[in-house]
Design a protein around this ligand. Structure first.
Ligand code: NAD
Length: 256
């Protein structure tokens, strides 16, 4: 079995890295950062997102295990004190493989993937955008922007703009409005809508001043007049212990 280590860029976690390497050697795992079966992610949520994008073309082969290093970590079960336990679960094949669909977004000729959400915003002028669900018109949206999140991303930007938290054992998409205009001329749904992950969500309009954000990354629509978003067949795999519940992470991250 081969492992890789992916670390936080802005913090020295070399002491934690050393502990992971020692435990992996003890359990017979060999280091291969280019072609690993398991990736130990040392950091917080931003590091986890960067690790997934780094290994995106190996998504079916690679499983991610987060070791939370002194920061918020919604993707993480394990902390530094749990390294030996986490490595043992992997080595003895005694873990729960939680898989999640990525979000897939088509923009002209390019396709981008996201763990948390695809969001597009025009912070300076009203974004006018037509929204279709599986080819059926839902609304003409007026406001700052819209986002489509996964169950994993429901606690990220989506939660900050009033979207619902989705349980991690559901395979869903959620479409959420960002600063929508609601008056006697302009009217849209005015709330989030939770959808089957296979739903094809099509946005059309003038996106010339829009920035598209996906996880920690951004891009420009480059003249595209249509943005198409759906749940992807590509999945990510996260390693947890068999008794893990994401409710613990909800409580630790938001309630205490
Ligand atoms: P970052 O890595 O600093 O993350 C920003 C915050 O989002 C951190 O507190 C992080 O812990 C949290 N976060 C990320 N994914 C999460 C998840 N699935 N559940 C709960 N919390 C999560 O910032 P970045 O690298 O620029 O962007 C990464 C993510 O940050 C984006 O996918 C977006 O969801 C989130 N974000 C949130 C806001 C907001 O809440 N207003 C604004 C911008 C970006």
């Amino acid at each position: 079995m081969k492992f890789a280590i992916f670390t936080k860029i802005d913090k020295d976690v070399s002491d934690v890295e050393k502990l992971v390497k020692e435990a992996c050697t003890k359990y017979g795992l060999s280091l291969d950062n280019d072609n690993p079966d398991f990736v130990f992610v040392l950091g917080g949520d931003g590091t986890f997102l960067r690790a997934v994008h780094h290994y995106l073309d190996k998504n079916e082969q690679v499983k991610f295990i987060g070791i939370r290093c002194g920061t918020l970590g919604f993707f993480y079960q394990f902390e530094v004190g749990d390294i030996e336990k986490a490595v043992e679960l992997v080595a003895k094949n005694n873990y729960f493989d939680e898989s999640h669909r990525l979000i897939e977004c088509k923009l002209g000729n390019q396709t981008i993937y996201s763990v948390n959400e695809i969001r597009f915003e025009n912070p300076f002028h009203t974004l006018v955008c037509n929204v279709k669900l599986d080819g059926r018109e839902l609304e003409t949206f007026h406001g700052n922007g819209l986002l489509v999140c996964s169950e994993l991303g429901s606690t990220a930007y989506n939660k900050s703009v009033g979207g619902a938290v989705i349980s991690h054992n559901l395979d869903l998409l959620q479409l959420t409005e960002i600063s929508t205009i609601q008056n006697n001329i302009y009217r849209s749904l005015g709330s989030s809508i939770v959808l089957k992950s296979e739903t094809k969500i099509t946005f059309s309009g003038d996106f010339s001043n829009v920035v598209i954000g996906y996880d920690h990354l951004t891009c420009q629509p480059d003249g595209a007049k249509e943005i198409e978003v759906t749940g992807s067949n590509k999945k990510i795999h996260i390693v947890y212990s068999k008794d893990y519940s994401s409710i613990n992470n909800l409580k630790r991250s938001f309630i205490k």
